[in-house]
Design a protein around this ligand. Structure first.
Ligand SMILES: *Cc1c(COP(=O)(O)O)cnc(C)c1O
Length: 378
């Protein structure tokens, strides 16, 4: 029996043996009392490395975004956000339901960005007719797309100039950073690039966040992106391969407010250090390797190129979308069933989504491609 090739999401990864070892050995306390050493280490680590004063470990990315939106906004405020953004579309309307914070959704451009003119036009004047526009929320990567860094700078500068705060849903910030580092590397001739190798090697153990990552090209890009924002949420349970958890980063004062909201939302955990230790392990060992996931997504895209029934969207990171032609759509259900019977799992129907991650390899991706090609060759 062939193993399942699970390309539904990068959330499906199992903790590796070494990660489980790190979890087993983690010193624990009670994080509601603030004395779980492993949680505290993780929070110091991620805040320091992304250039923030403080961070908060939370059970999920959804709760992290909720804490951010409610931490920045008051009842009756609104946040500008993309139609496809997770913190608008995929979080049960939490900010509106729980915080009376209304979204002002905008259509995305093809590259995933929100047009500066649309943002500008959506910012309401100070007039009692309108909700108070308080925040701009961006997501990077969005649907696997890397937002151009010049755009991230321009959008957050515009928002700040109009007195909005900026929040980044960086569930896949490190996928963005890896892709951005790769692009930066391609722009500079290799000989002029001291220390900028994307080696894929682990960063040495970092008990206190005090490890010097200033020369690491991926962390450098992650910091560059993060520092455009007042708060950033990152997920450990996506490409980084930890079982549970996200971190919200920001100023000490903002994180104190977020901590109250986390409690209110039921997200304050006790011996959470076992989970935090997995996240710390991931930060030290699973960041640079994300480039492998990106290569795998490209490999899958390449193997599907030329199938006439498919339109393959070239992947920028670890998410590949493949759209069925009009003529092939009646066979979409049969395709999904065919893939399932071959142990290949994806999401979507007319537009299939394949996500690469820690627990898939070249052989798995090649099996997926072969099964798809076989289906259309019949
Ligand atoms: C997965 C994800 C989240 C959070 O998801 P949880 O399942 O709540 O951890 C938030 N934003 C984006 C962009 C995501 O992909």
């Amino acid at each position: 029996m062939n193993q399942i090739v699970d390309l539904r999401s990068d959330t499906v990864t199992q903790p590796s043996a070494a990660m489980r070892e790190a979890m087993r050995g983690a010193p624990l306390g009670d994080d509601v009392f603030g004395d779980d050493p492993s949680v505290n280490t993780l929070q110091v680590q991620i805040a320091a490395r992304l250039g923030f004063e403080a961070a908060l470990f939370v059970p999920s990315g959804t709760q992290s975004n909720l804490c951010a939106l409610l931490g920045h906004c008051q009842r009756g405020d609104e946040y500008i956000v993309g139609q496809q953004a997770h913190c608008y579309r995929w979080e049960g309307g939490g900010a509106a339901v729980l915080g009376s914070v209304q979204p002002q959704p905008l259509e995305h451009q093809r590259d995933g960005s929100l047009a500066l003119a649309d943002i500008e036009a959506a910012i309401k004047p100070d007039d009692p007719h309108f909700a108070r526009t308080r925040l701009l929320a961006l997501e990077n990567t969005l649907g696997g797309k890397l937002l151009p860094f010049a755009y991230v700078q321009a959008a957050t500068e515009l928002a700040h100039a109009r007195r909005l705060v900026c929040h980044l849903d960086g569930a896949r910030l490190f996928n963005a950073a890896v892709a951005q580092a790769q692009a930066a590397r391609a722009e500079v001739a290799p000989a002029h690039r001291p220390g900028a190798e994307l080696s894929g090697q682990a960063v040495a153990g970092a008990p206190s966040g005090g490890v010097d990552l200033s020369d690491d090209p991926v962390w450098h890009q992650a910091r560059l992106i993060a520092q455009c924002f007042d708060s950033v949420s990152v997920c450990f349970s996506k490409g980084l391969g930890a079982p549970v958890g996200s971190a919200l980063c920001g100023s000490a004062e903002f994180i104190a407010r977020a901590r109250r909201i986390r409690k209110m939302a039921g997200g304050a955990m006790r011996q959470a250090g076992m989970l935090a230790a997995a996240a710390s392990y991931a930060l030290d060992h699973h960041v640079a390797r994300l480039s492998r996931d990106h290569v795998l997504a490209q490999r899958l895209a390449g193997s599907l190129d030329g199938v006439p029934e498919l339109s393959v969207e070239p992947p920028q990171t670890n998410i590949l979308f493949v759209e069925l032609s009009q003529a092939a759509k009646p066979r979409a259900d049969a395709l999904v069933a065919h893939l399932k019977s071959h142990g290949i799992l994806a999401t979507g129907l007319y537009r299939l989504r394949f996500v690469t991650h820690l627990d898939v390899d070249e052989a798995g991706v090649d099996r997926a491609a072969a099964a798809i090609r076989q289906f259309f060759s019949r």
